[in-house]
Design a protein around this ligand. Structure first.
Ligand code: UD1
Length: 419
């Protein structure tokens, strides 16, 4: 078992580089299934979720070669198994991203249904409905989705009842090789969706409208291999900026993109933080004391649910009361009980957390419950005086590359403990 041990109470200062985004890299890797040649991926973060996705592609018969830690080449031309088994899917819900690409390439696919996860039920019904609209026959048997499209997938006009990020990505990939035109309405506008569309276009796909809520894809008969570049991780970027704000420090994140973080940076200004941005960097400096502000999570360009926990950690030590509403996932407040163990004053009222700021958090043993919840505990830990021990840190390794090393470079006293 591994723990993260933090001696907190030290303001963080300095500069740290953003990694490539996990949530961009996962659909990009799945897109290799569509390509008619080797695809070289650049700036892939070295994370457990990425390893799971590459294992899944290798299991299907793809050749996967690491050029270095953050660059790999995948050739799926000899892949023969259009399947994703439960052993791999259960550890990472985003494995369902292979469903659309496998179905359009092989005319069939068998992908295990992701189970519930810590932050809610997270079904994939919208992905399945869209594939059915494109002509697929779908059955669920023994926990697996069995999809067939013996005559290929046909373009269709799809309206997503709810904005779904991986749903938009899955169907966009299927539509790239489908017959005719597909229109995705109420599509996700996240930068990771745009990164996928840009990359697919570079390989020969015909896609328009990404970044808006209507995406139009004109099917083509094949796309080639080539080079693909992952965008910066906006959630990781904001987590290090939050580390500056919660500790009374001053941190610059480089190799990132301020345009992806408008909603977060607007809130940082409201809490009294200093924000400085350039083409590829963001600097945030803390005020004497953070001011409490309200947030509610929304699909992009709204405030990201993936930053709700980290922002709540900041609000725990702000001056005043903050209302934090979670509108995307029904159970994404697992960090609340752990933050309360560290002296936070938080009450839950349905989908809203009422956070009354306290002057100081106090170090305590706490448990990581999901990926972003764990990040909020690291933030609380670097702010709190004394020793915080975070257990079950495998959650954090799914999404944060070299977190102790990066935090240490900013002056944090943080170690991994093997017990
Ligand atoms: C992606 C991100 C995740 C982020 C989330 C919301 C990846 C790999 N993960 O997850 O980090 O927290 O977007 O920004 O990119 N829903 C349905 N039916 C569906 C699909 C979704 O009801 O078929 C619901 C979900 O339960 C949730 C909401 O729609 O309430 C949004 O989920 P979605 O955008 O699909 O999240 P993911 O794509 O899984």
């Amino acid at each position: 078992m591994e723990n993260i041990v933090i001696q907190g109470g030290v303001p963080l200062h300095g500069s740290v580089e953003s990694s490539g985004a996990k949530n961009a890299a996962l659909p990009l890797l799945a897109a290799a299934i569509l390509a008619d040649g080797p695809v070289t991926f650049h700036r892939i973060p070295h994370l457990n979720d990425i390893t799971t996705m590459t294992k899944l592609l290798a299991w299907q018969g793809a050749e996967v070669e690491y050029d270095d830690k953050n660059c790999l080449t995948i050739d799926t031309r000899n892949a023969t198994k259009p399947e994703a088994p439960y052993e791999l899917v259960k550890t990472m819900r985003a494995s369902s991203l292979v469903l659309g690409p496998l179905l359009v390439r092989f005319g069939e696919a068998r992908v295990s249904l992701p189970g519930g996860c810590a932050i809610g039920a997270r079904p994939i019904d919208l992905h399945l409905k869209a594939l059915e609209a494109m002509g697929a026959e779908i059955m669920v048997e023994h926990g697996d989705v069995i999809a067939k499209a013996p005559n290929g997938l046909k373009g269709a006009h799809i309206f997503f009842d709810q904005v779904t990020v991986t749903g938009t990505e899955n169907i966009m990939m299927a539509a790239v090789l489908a017959d005719g035109e597909t229109i995705l309405d109420n599509a996700a506008r996240e930068p990771e969706v745009v990164n996928l569309a840009d990359s697919l276009r570079d390989l020969g796909a015909k896609i328009k409208g990404d970044g808006t809520d209507t995406i139009t894809i004109q099917g083509v008969s094949s796309i080639s291999g080539g080079d693909i570049y992952t965008v910066a991780d906006r959630i990781e970027t904001a987590t290090y900026l939050a580390a500056a704000l919660i500790t009374g420090g001053d941190v610059t994140v480089t190799k990132t993109d301020p345009n992806m973080l408008d909603a977060f940076l607007a809130r940082v200004k409201e809490v009294g933080g200093v924000v400085e941005t350039g083409a590829d960097f963001i600097r945030c400096a803390a005020p004497e004391r953070l001011k409490a502000v309200n947030i509610h999570t929304m699909p992009h360009p709204g405030f990201p649910t993936d930053l709700q926990a980290q922002f709540m950690a900041m609000m725990c030590v702000a001056d005043g009361t903050s209302l934090i509403s979670e509108t995307i996932f029904e159970n994404r407040f697992m960090h609340v009980q752990e933050l309360i163990r560290m002296g936070a004053d938080i009450q839950l009222d349905g989908h809203t957390a009422v956070v009354k700021g306290v002057k100081h958090l106090s170090a305590a043993p706490v448990m990581a419950t999901d990926l972003r919840a764990s990040a909020s505990l690291v933030l609380a830990g670097v702010a709190a005086e004394g020793e915080t021990v975070i257990s079950r840190v495998y959650h954090i390794d799914r999404g944060y590359e070299r977190i102790e090393e990066k935090m240490r470079s900013l002056g944090a006293q943080i170690e991994r403990q093997y017990v």
